[in-house]
Design a binder for this molecule. Structure first.
Ligand SMILES: Cc1cc2nc3c(=O)[nH]c(=O)nc-3n(C[C@H](O)[C@H](O)[C@H](O)COP(=O)(O)OP(=O)(O)OC[C@H]3O[C@@H](n4cnc5c(N)ncnc54)[C@H](O)[C@@H]3O)c2cc1C
Length: 494
């Protein structure tokens, strides 16, 4: 069932415990920190029901319609349908909502392609594969928005938290279990968009030490569960005076929250891994879960790159610089980068994996290649565009309020225009570009692009793990076999 934007917003008024500093937010859909971003999310739900996008953003199965990001692909065409749906969703936020509703849902869908990898539940005898299948069904039927927190807090690394002192470790773990389920306590990072989500997925995308079995819990919890609280970082929207000055901070601050669990009860039906430290990470890798979630991230980055490219070119034109060969070369390099990423994304669908059970998956090596490429290139891309901007943004008046003063406006119109753009067009363009590249919102995005899939050495390790080294060794071995040891001393030429 596809929900409407209004239904989604109503669902967020569920008593969830969200804190901004010491303030407990009464209603995330009304608070200035979250209101506009909540509406941006609601628009994504409405987009799916819009007759112009319905076919592209949803699919039908046994008379029901479901969001395309829940489609379990059986063919290359299905993969392309998923990819195009991600692109439409990402384009609606210009790639600025990283954890849009199709992100974690894709992790769940990817896992649902091979749920048997979750095992039978080991010592506790629970059917985790069945739980995952049922959760996937629950998520797609209710068109759920799921966020995730799958990283332990830095405090958990302290080697002193062992033996008796383990109790003091801040990281999330199971503290009790009974016939109904588990009780979890502790902290997890960093649930982007959780204030707008229905549920949060808890797990471990990074390895857990084998003896820390109680941290190996993987489960899904409603955001309004008793004992769960979200601690928001500083939101950017409240300091925006006019949307005109910071249009992106105003609309697309998706928020990031630490999640605290204080004796939160989770029924067994929502537990997907328990007491098995290696498996709690491997479920993302043995199944195409990580690959599906990060394919979405590749596509989302692509939408953002399109915005960046458009900004770069318009900035150059607004400054009458588009005929300068060196400037055109910079634009050409950026254009080539966008085309490269588009090719890498299409390649993931065209040269796909056959899972051998009737399902197919994105080519994970190409996906990890693109992920590395995005992580490593975002800062350089932004740097290029900042160079093209020169001092442009600092020539602009402090804020848009002067536009309502006819005298000031006349002066502005006369002096700030160029032959290719009016003064107000330039003001609007530079404000937008600075919001993405120089504001606090922009700085958060720079950090997001570096870390959303883990630090870069972790991202590169995925490529290392998936690489068919034997094949490449074989090429070297074959070449070396094609010539022998010298039979004669080297010939000397006079
Ligand atoms: C804006 C933003 C949004 C995020 N959203 C989410 C989300 O929705 N859900 C979620 O679960 N997580 C999210 N994350 C968290 C993200 O997964 C982590 O930030 C990331 O895994 C890095 O972990 P950390 O922050 O603890 O950094 P650390 O692990 O503390 O690393 C800090 C620095 O030390 C370096 N370092 C650490 N260990 C080593 C080592 N062994 N060798 C070499 N260098 C090392 C790292 O490379 C890095 O440069 C988000 C992060 C950001 C910034």
């Amino acid at each position: 069932m596809l929900r409407t934007g209004d239904e989604h917003l109503r669902g967020l008024r569920d008593g969830r415990a969200v804190y901004i500093g010491s303030e407990r937010v009464a209603d995330v859909t009304a608070h200035p920190a979250f209101r506009e971003a909540a509406r941006s999310v609601a628009r994504l739900y409405d987009l799916k029901r819009d007759p112009a996008y319905r076919e592209a953003l949803s699919y039908e199965e046994e008379g029901e319609r479901y969001a395309m990001h829940f489609l379990l692909p059986r063919s290359r065409d299905d993969l392309l349908r998923r990819m195009r749906a991600h692109k439409l969703i990402a384009a609606a936020s210009y790639g600025l909502l990283g954890r849009s509703p199709d992100h974690v849902a894709s992790f769940v869908a990817g896992m649902a392609l091979q749920p048997e990898q979750l095992g039978a539940g080991g010592a506790c005898g629970r059917r985790f594969a069945d739980n995952l299948r049922a959760y996937y069904e629950h998520a797609r039927r209710n068109d759920l928005y799921i966020a995730y927190a799958v990283i332990p807090p830095p405090g958990a690394r302290d080697p002193n938290f062992s033996g008796r002192l383990y109790e003091r470790s801040p990281t999330l773990r199971v503290t009790e279990e009974d016939n109904a389920g588990v009780t979890i306590c502790g902290m997890k990072l960093l649930a982007t968009a959780s204030v707008f989500a229905d549920e949060v997925w808890i797990g471990n995308v990074q390895p857990v030490a084998p003896d820390r079995k109680k941290e190996a819990i993987t489960c899904a919890v409603p955001i309004n569960a008793p004992g769960l609280s979200l601690w928001s970082r500083k939101p950017f929207a409240p300091s925006v005076q006019h949307e005109f000055d910071n249009p992106l901070s105003f609309r697309f601050d998706e928020s990031d929250c630490v999640v605290i669990f204080d004796k939160v009860k989770v029924p067994w039906e929502r537990v997907f891994c328990h007491d098995d430290a290696p498996l709690s990470r491997e479920i993302y890798i043995r199944t195409p879960s990580h690959s599906f979630g990060n394919h979405q991230a590749n596509v989302r980055f692509w939408a953002k790159l399109e915005l960046l490219l458009g900004l770069a070119s318009k900035i150059v034109r607004a400054g009458n610089l588009d005929r300068v060969p060196a400037v055109r070369e910079t634009l050409g390099r950026l254009a080539a980068m966008e085309a490269m990423l588009a090719g890498m994304i299409y390649g993931q669908c065209m040269d796909h994996e056959d899972l051998g059970n009737g399902y197919v998956a994105f080519n994970r090596r190409y996906m990890y290649g693109a992920l590395s490429w995005c992580t490593e290139n975002y800062a350089a891309i932004c740097e290029s565009i900042r160079e093209l901007m020169g001092a442009g943004v600092f020539l602009m008046p402090a804020d848009a309020s002067f536009l309502r003063d006819p005298g000031l406006r006349e002066t502005f119109d006369a002096y700030w225009a160029t032959t290719s753009a009016s003064a107000v067009e330039r003001l609007k363009l530079f404000r937008l570009a600075w919001d993405l590249l120089g504001s606090e919102f922009g700085a958060r995005h720079a950090q997001y692009e570096k870390f959303y899939a883990g630090p870069s050495f972790v991202v590169r390790d995925h490529s290392y793990r998936e690489c068919p080294w034997e094949r490449f060794h074989g090429i070297v071995d074959g070449l070396m076999r094609s010539y022998g040891e010298p039979a004669e001393p080297p010939s000397t030429s006079a």
